[in-house]
Design a protein around this ligand. Structure first.
Ligand code: ADP
Length: 263
C-alpha cells in the first residue's frame, strides 16, 4: 500500500487541509517481480545452449577443409549466436540490477580510475581500428576512488563501444579522467552524428534505441546505457549526456571518491 499525504495551504492557517492518497501497489509490484523473474530465468536457461552452439560453430570454422560457401553460412550463424549471447547477458545484468535496486551487488575497493579506463581502451582498440577510428586517451589524470572495478569497467566499455559504434569512419573518440578532492569524472566524447534533444532524455531508458540507429546496420539491445546508469547510481554518482545533432556526443560519469560521500 502506498500512502502519500500533502498539506494544502491557502496562506492563512485557518484554511489548512490535508489530502491523503492511498494506492494498492502490491499487485503491481508482484506482477513486475514475476516478469523480472521469468525474464531472468529464461535468459539464464538460454545461456548454456548458446555457449555450446557458439563453441561448436567455432570448432567447425576452425576446420580448414570446409568449402567457402559453408564457411560464409557458419560465420553468419556464429555472428548471430554471438549477438544473442550479448543480448542475454544484457538482460541478465538488467534484471540483476532491477532486483537489487540501488544496492546492486557492488564490491567497492580503492581503484586507480585511469588504469580501468586504459584497460578498456586497450580492449576496444581492435574494434576502433576496424571502424577506422582513433582513440585519444592522452587526458587521463591519475587518482583513486572507492568503486567496484568490474562494474566501472562495464560502464566504460559500454560508453567506448557506443562512441565507436555510433561514430563516423575516420572519427576520433576522446577519453578523459578528471579527479578532484571529492569526485572523479570520466568523459567519453565522439564526433559521430550526435543525439537529438528529444532522444537525449530517453537514451538511458531500457530497450531504447534511437530512430537513426534502429534501421541501420548497427546492432544493440538498447540496454547498455540503462545498465550503466544503474551501476553509476549504485555508486552514488550520476551519468549525463550532452550532444547536438551533427556535432558529436559526450557522456560524463561523475562518481564520489568514497561511496556515500558527497560528490
Ligand atoms: P544500444 O547501443 O544497444 O542500442 P544503448 O543503451 O547503449 O543501447 O544506447 C541507447 C541508444 O542511445 C542507442 O541505440 C543510440 O540511439 C543512442 N546512443 C548511445 N550512444 C550514442 C553515441 N555515442 N552517439 C549517438 N547515439 C548514441
Amino acid at each position: 500500500l502506498s500512502v502519500t499525504a500533502r498539506r494544502l495551504s491557502s496562506g492563512t492557517d485557518a484554511d489548512e487541509s490535508t489530502i491523503v492518497v492511498s494506492r494498492d501497489v502490491t499487485a503491481e509490484e508482484q506482477a513486475l517481480r514475476a516478469r523480472d523473474d521469468l525474464v531472468a530465468s529464461v535468459s539464464h536457461e538460454l545461456r548454456t545452449p548458446l555457449t555450446s552452439i557458439i563453441g561448436y560453430l567455432d570448432l567447425a570454422l576452425d576446420d580448414p577443409a570446409i568449402v567457402a560457401e559453408t564457411r560464409d553460412r557458419l560465420e553468419v550463424a556464429e555472428r548471430n549466436a554471438t549477438r544473442l549471447r550479448e543480448l542475454v547477458a544484457d538482460i541478465l545484468a538488467m534484471s540483476a540490477s532491477s532486483r537489487h535496486g540501488a544496492e546492486f551487488d557492488l564490491i567497492p575497493v580503492d581503484t586507480d580510475i585511469a588504469t580501468i579506463v586504459r584497460a578498456a581502451v586497450e580492449s576496444q582498440q581492435p574494434r576502433a581500428a576496424d571502424h577506422g577510428i582513433r582513440i585519444d586517451s592522452s587526458g587521463l589524470r591519475d587518482g583513486t576512488a572507492h568503486v567496484d572495478p568490474r562494474r566501472l569497467r562495464q560502464v566504460v566499455d559500454n560508453l567506448l563501444s557506443n562512441a565507436i559504434k555510433y561514430n563516423v569512419r575516420g572519427g576520433t573518440v576522446t577519453v578523459g579522467v578528471e579527479i578532484s578532492a571529492t569526485s572523479v569524472q570520466i568523459a567519453v566524447a565522439d564526433d559521430g552524428p550526435g543525439i537529438s534533444r528529444s532522444e537525449q532524455g530517453r537514451v538511458f531508458d531500457r530497450f531504447f534505441r534511437g530512430d537513426a540507429v534502429r534501421n541501420s546496420s548497427t546492432h544493440g539491445s538498447g540496454l547498455g546505457l540503462a545498465i550503466s546508469r544503474d551501476i553509476v547510481r549504485a555508486h552514488g554518482g550520476e551519468i549525463t549526456v550532452s550532444s547536438a545533432l551533427g556535432s558529436g556526443t559526450t557522456f560524463i560519469v561523475r562518481l564520489p571518491r568514497k561511496v556515500g560521500s558527497a560528490s
